[in-house]
Design a protein around this ligand. Sequence first.
Ligand SMILES: Cc1cc2nc3c(=O)[nH]c(=O)nc-3n(C[C@H](O)[C@H](O)[C@H](O)COP(=O)(O)OP(=O)(O)OC[C@H]3O[C@@H](n4cnc5c(N)ncnc54)[C@H](O)[C@@H]3O)c2cc1C
Length: 411
Amino acid sequence: MAELNWSENIEYTASALHHPTSVAELQELVAAATHVKALGTRHSFNRIADTEGAQISTASLDLSATIDHDAMTATVPGGWSYAMVASTLEAAGVALSNMGSLPHISIAGGSATGTHGSGDANQILAAEISALDLVTADGSLKHVDRASPELAAMAVGLGAFGIVTAVTLDVQPSYLVRQDLYKGASWDVVLENLDEVMASAYSVNLHADFSSSDTRTIWQKSRVATDAVDAVPAELWGATRLDQTELDPGRVTSLLPPGPWNERLPHFVPEGAPSVGGDELQTEYFVDRSNAVAAIDTLRSMGTRIDPHLHGTEIRTLAADDMWLSPTIGRDCLCIGFTWKKHVREVLSLLPEIEAALAPLEPTPHWGKLFAFTHAELARRFDRLDDFVGLVHELDPSGKFDNSFLRRIAG
Ligand SMILES: Cc1cc2nc3c(=O)[nH]c(=O)nc-3n(C[C@H](O)[C@H](O)[C@H](O)COP(=O)(O)OP(=O)(O)OC[C@H]3O[C@@H](n4cnc5c(N)ncnc54)[C@H](O)[C@@H]3O)c2cc1C
């Protein structure tokens, strides 16, 4: 039976799915294949993880994590989920700087698509990668670290360079995070104070739709020194603070008391189904912070067209980086995420309209979600796209890791 992605909107064309248990076995599989592709936890919404050959999961490789407390780095298996990595790091007293909304996804898969959390000073998760170990097209092992300019291409690598076995990440001392949720601020007030709202905590996530006059929630995640439950304002920007009892503890991470970073930075607990449980599609665009209000205004002007197909939007911020295909390369960004209802036909026909409306603001896409940009549009926004394609051809001359998604990106 054909394999499906998590949200079951993609049926992979791959002929087989292998689960090698050793790196040597993985190398043999890659060396012998004509076409092959790494598969993570299948949480992407497009064909990025598909192949005309076989998919390979690295989740069963016999690798373990090592933590270097002097260098403050951790080398972890690429097939591990963020939940596994984060609890291993926390047990050793160290932490990552940020996490995405769900801890279920794999480290290698999340990095490959530029997965991110939120925070004015936080970069996408791949920015913490200091080295990668991967099996390249001829089956050989390659180690790439910050001494090589290739790391900036491969950290957000779209699965194009090979199959990552291990990822080395910068770590820092463990810390505590407190969550506060405020409900019902009006869009007008939020937009008048957007910079202040998004700077109001270490990580801020704004949930809304585009046609209502009010936003839904402002979700603050603050780094705190102790787990004391200090009083915070009951009202902010006209929004009222939500009580923990209004959330589902089987799905959503606890608000109070403050807890370890890995149990508060994600929105969803690893044991539960995240988001709306897969009955969804997702899209996300990134615009320069100077265009933040203009981008939201544009989408609100299309609100009555967008919202019938939308579960909700999540708006976050990120700091700039220098990774070649990072959606935040060279600019601090506002990220506008769409969690769509599973209205596949309607959503796919709306995306070109949304992208045309946002075009003057030069949006970049989330590589793991749905978008309609052509190669020409992407090449205008990613100066290093041709360099990326050139490096892929150099390392994978026969196109072993190629697929329909990469051919579209590469033009
Ligand atoms: C409910 C939900 C919530 C989400 N929330 C967020 C969020 O908060 N922030 C955000 O930015 N994104 C979010 N996403 C998107 C998600 O983080 C990305 O799609 C991510 O890439 C999924 O990782 P994965 O392990 O499922 O990778 P897959 O979807 O399985 O694969 C994605 C890519 O990674 C490559 N890959 C996987 N493993 C390896 C490997 N070992 N070596 C080389 N390449 C590999 C694949 O070949 C493919 O190209 C969300 C998705 C869902 C379903």
